[in-house]
Design a binder for this molecule. Sequence first.
Ligand SMILES: *Cc1c(COP(=O)(O)O)cnc(C)c1O
Length: 490
Amino acid sequence: MKKINYIGTRDKNIKATASQAILKGICEDGGLFVPEEFPVLDKSLEELSKLSYQDLAYEILKLYLTDFTEEELRYCINGAYDEKFDTPVIAPVVKKGDVSVLELFHGRTIAFKDMALSILPYLMKTSAKKNGMEKEIVILTATSGDTGKAALEGFAGVDGIQIIVFFPEDGVSPVQKLQMTTQEGANTCVVGIKGNFDDAQTAVKSIFTDAVLGAELSNKGFVFSSANSINIGRLVPQVVYYFQAYLQMVKMGEIALGDEINVTVPTGNFGNILAGYFAKQMGLPVKTFICASNENKVLYDFFTTGTYDKNRDFNVTTSPSMDILISSNLERLLCILSSQEKCKELMTSLNTDGKYSLDLTKGIIKGEYATEEETAQAIKAMYDKSGYIMDTHTAVAYAAYEKYKKATADETKTVIISTASPYKFTKDVLVAIDKKYETMDFFPLMDELEKLSGVEIPMPIKGIEKRPILHNTVIERDAIKDFVKEHLTK
Ligand SMILES: *Cc1c(COP(=O)(O)O)cnc(C)c1O
């Protein structure tokens, strides 16, 4: 099999094997790792359609993580995709109304981040072993809500690894917050910050590229890595479910093998949709990706005008995991579609002016967005039509898809990527269906949602409001670096 190396998005001379790239998380110059080229499938879609999720994952991952042995990969995959998921299919497709919905919320934290973060700790431990790494790995994670919990759940109790999570104190849902602040595990640390997700992400990125701090902590026996979607070890496992979704649509008779589909992805940091783009590059028949944004529609503007401009107000919406103005993974697409030189220029411009231009308006990724009102209407419309209750992020995607379809008359069979269980956003979801829920408290509403949807309250969050709070530190956004230093050296 062909060896795939990873190179920097801002400098093609930065080179790493897959396991090295997973350990590093980010390049020394602040760039991200991208595969030097896209691997090609060595099996037909028909052959892949006979495989379990785990075996399909192996067929995809082996093409990207080429310095892992079969035994290592199977160990990682089987450890990740097991009974932690509440269905053996792992990522089921359901037909609702006129669309297929790929449900990525059947893992332990009931959001799609579980798809990658249940395997990342295994990949990282294995990478450390392969590279003779003896230092203690410190995972630093900025979260808009879902990554933090999924990373904590994945890394809690893993020896040789510590994890510190920063979340916007006022920017996550009550369930999301409790999921994190009740996290057990001596190697876990959860910190609220007075700021938004971009503040947290920017601070964390600057720690990774701070050579002085890096050297200081290295002397003390620590090395930083990332569980954010900037880590290639998170991106690659997400390629798998795009194949799985397609093959399920074939089995359900929605499409014939070889037909093209459209994919609509509720997007924030651009990690999920980029994995879909990787799948397409490997041969998955996708015609169009609809990149769905909420009112923080910086990506919609980029894909429709060719200019990315983060100089705008930040909106706190009911889909907080998409409240992002700096979409980190977009850098990978820019690099793939232009060059390292160009990408570096664009990122410098983003740093200094907060904007850049590159015309991707004619590509296969189309931007759409949904306002708060359209999102709420989409939840209600889907519920009225089929009794199915979508979470707010999925609803952004559904609303965006409906707008896209209206504008283009494109009738291609479409899969909506569903990224969270409605229980994570119980109140917003129920209020969208009926205003009478407005005055009710969040947690009693979970019982209402159970009645209305006929879907049981997921085990991982049942009774969460009664669990003891184990983390209650809140810090200023500019205190993140000092906090990390102190936490590790005390
Ligand atoms: C993280 C997240 C998203 C956005 O995914 P990206 O990969 O950051 O684009 C969407 N919905 C939910 C529920 C999420 O947790």
